[in-house]
Ligand binder design. Structure first.
Ligand code: ADP
Length: 376
């Protein structure tokens, strides 16, 4: 008898525990229904809504009391009813569904796009569904797309403007340049010292402006005047660049060495500009030591990583991003001549080749510029 009582007590305790668990589960389910940001609903086999989460009111724009008992199909956008019917039939036959998209008409007539996951609960004969309002995400995507298009358009406008302005400025500048050069040739040493100084200022100013205009023209032509991508022998490109820079190399006592360079699909003229800018910077931003420059090439994951390493003044990591922006310089004109266009031009060219460009350096310890080009 005592044993029996003990057993019954045990059964009662188990029953109470199960009841408590059931209560907890129901509470949890209610919390989910009340606080979920998503639509959660159950639908019977006639297509009537049985339960709806609180968020459903906001997404569908009907009070919960009007949603429960309503046929969900009435709210589906007429153009999406056929595919919704087909998907619902598939779910009822036991296929779980993910990533199903359709549109609903709210009470106020507006449309909401939704993404669904759903499955059929055989024992209760209900469809359990969770859905998300896709309109907000789509709207953000649309805004991003519009912004991207605007940016591309405004970049193209800017390029066109830079091209037109620099091209049209060349002509009058050539005239001014001619005149100041004649002035210098004919009158230097014949007027007073101040006059000589002023003429020299004019000559320098005109020459700076010509460099600036040429650099801007080169920058604005990267996309519009780019040549075809063709197998390009980088050894030949480097030889050409070194020939071009012969005078500065000799004057600075620079030593340039390199790996064996590959042939890559590229616009040879533009690749020439990249090497020329990086190598002439390596010479320009030298320390007291004679420049030692190493041009490397390493193959990795379907691309070539080129590098131009120097032993110059180096760059503070704080400026690694800034130096690739148009007109951004870290020095005044009196310290180092320049327009601040070189690296921005390199970046634009490398990006036209679908590559990346970056720098590694420590102030006072030289710099290494890297860029990638797809391999053949
Ligand atoms: P510019 O040389 O006309 O100023 P760039 O766009 O070529 O313009 O370079 C931007 C800035 O990056 C330079 O002003 C310089 O401060 C820095 N820089 C570029 N190359 C090097 C280098 N090899 N070593 C140190 N600093 C460099």
């Amino acid at each position: 008898m005592e044993k029996e009582i003990a057993r019954l007590k045990n059964v009662q305790a188990e029953l109470e525990a199960t009841q408590q668990q059931l209560k907890d589960n129901l509470k949890m389910r209610q919390h989910i229904m009340d606080f979920s940001l998503d639509v959660i609903c159950t639908i019977d086999k006639e297509g009537r809504l049985l339960q709806v989460s609180a968020a459903s009111e906001k997404v569908w724009g009907y009070p919960a009391t009007e949603l429960v008992g309503r046929s969900y199909m009435e709210m589906v956008h007429p153009d999406d009813r056929v595919k919704t019917q087909q998907t619902a039939a598939a779910i009822m036959s036991g296929q779980a569904t993910q990533d199903f998209h359709n549109r609903y008409l709210r009470q106020d007539g507006s449309t909401v796009e939704m993404e669904w996951t759903a499955f059929w609960e055989e024992e209760n004969e209900i469809m359990f569904c969770v859905a998300r309002d896709e309109s907000a995400r789509k709207q953000t995507e649309d805004v991003q797309q519009t912004l991207r298009e605007e940016l591309t358009r405004s970049n193209a406008d800017l390029e066109q403007f830079a091209y037109a302005a620099s091209h049209d400025l060349q002509e009058p500048l050539r005239a001014v340049s001619g005149v100041v050069q004649i002035l210098q040739r004919r009158y230097s040493g014949q007027l007073d010292e101040r006059a000589d100084e002023l003429i020299q200022h004019a000559v320098d100013g005109v020459s700076r402006m010509q460099t600036l205009i040429n650099d801007l023209l080169a920058y604005s032509r990267v996309e519009t005047r780019g040549g075809e991508m063709q197998p390009t022998d980088c050894e030949a490109v480097l030889r050409n660049v070194l020939l071009h820079l012969e005078t500065v190399i000799d004057e600075s006592g620079a030593k340039v060495t390199s790996d064996a360079l590959p042939t890559v699909p590229a616009d040879a003229g533009q690749l020439d500009q990249v090497f020329q800018n990086l190598i002439s910077n390596a010479i320009k931003y030298r320390s007291e030591r004679a420049p030692e420059i190493y041009v490397g090439a390493e193959h990795s994951d379907g691309e070539w990583i080129f590098s131009v390493r120097d032993n110059g003044i180096g760059i503070d990591p704080e400026y690694f991003k800034r130096i690739f922006v148009l007109f951004q310089r870290l020095h005044t004109r009196t310290e180092y001549a320049g327009t601040g266009i070189g690296l921005a031009l390199c970046k634009k060219i490398v990006e036209r080749h679908k590559g990346r460009i970056w720098v590694e350096s420590e102030q006072g310890r030289g710099a290494t510029f890297y860029f990638t080009v797809a391999s053949l």
